[in-house]
Design a binder for this molecule. Sequence first.
Ligand SMILES: [Zn+2]
Ligand SMILES: [Zn+2]
Length: 419
Amino acid sequence: MTDDLPPVPAPDPGPEDAAPGAQPDPGYEYGERQIEDMSEVSFRVGEGRISGYVSIFLGALSVLSVLAYRYPTYLTTAELRASYDGEQLRLFLLAGMVFAVSFGLLTFALKRCKRMGALGVLLVVLAYVLGGWNVELGEIRHTQLSLGVDWFVLDLLASTILFVFIEKVIPRYPEQAVLRPEWQLDLGYFALNHLLIAFLIVIANGFAPAAFGWAVNEGFQGWIRGLPLLGQVLILALCADFVLYWTHRAFHEFPRLWPFHAVHHSAEHMDWLAGSRTHLVQTLVDRTLVMVPLYLLGTSEQALNLYVVLAAAQAVFTHANVGIPTGPLKYVFVTPQFHHWHHSSDQPAIDTNYAVHFPLFDRLFGTYHMPDQHWPIEYGTTKRLPRTFWSQLLHPFRQQAVITAAQAEAEAQSPSQSG
Ligand SMILES: [Zn+2]
Ligand SMILES: [Zn+2]
């Protein structure tokens, strides 16, 4: 789907809707992507910006962590609390505060970006005043809804360290800066999706039993649980991928759904953080529907947890700015090259590569596009979306009115055309 509205009533399949094959499109000239000059925002050792940003980053995470210890009922997620040891994590909090101060002081030593260093140190002072690494753990009461500050802090810290490292070591686009355009927007989406995790879990976990409780077969589930762990994970991934393939395809092919998904496609620079850009409605729909096969399969908890971790890592990895040679594995698993093509606005790639785990369903249903060694020239939507968080949140709802008006106009014109 492109953003050139009005797309209704359903037109004959045009070039955008034709499913390209796996081979390079002979009528299309593949080329090298040209990235705009990012030297202004690129990090260079000795300028103080690296230490300034690290200091602010760790200082801010320290403040959030101390608050999470103080108010766990409201700022942590019950599901996640079960998987970590809060007492051991105090060591990481202490290390974070020490590093934040050290990097803050380094900016002064370098006599560069002192304001950033000062802000980092001030954040650590605030974290210390609020209780520091020895902050007393607040009372934990049962509540269904809370903000996932713990999930936000832990995932942001781990993902930043891991993926910034990978993207620097094996980048697909070496000239793309870590702080590329719109990184703040994507960090906002990352924060929202993590803070609302409890809300998403309540809805997603509630839907499957309520709507599909009748379809549970205990004999079948017992057989599934008897399979080896990796077999269970493979079946989970295949079933989830089938559901996600069709959900994803529906978001592309139904004109009223596309504006919600266009938000994800509006990213014009791909990296590990860009994948966070999803409209709340789409996040909710995806998570709710993917829970249905997971619920019906009834695998062991170990298999389910392993699948969730692998799926989350693959989702981030496939958006990342990495040029890892994947060899024949790219025909088996969804790789960065495969998903980068999905995000491309290059003509042969539009409406292709919907799968999230294996390219299998794209091959089966005729939407596979993997032209050998080529990578996209352009990313983003064919028509630019608004560029702020709030305008993107409202964008799909505003588009509904545009689609309704276009439909009414098409209906008004159709009698005279047929006559
Ligand atoms: Zn898509
Ligand atoms: Zn994506």
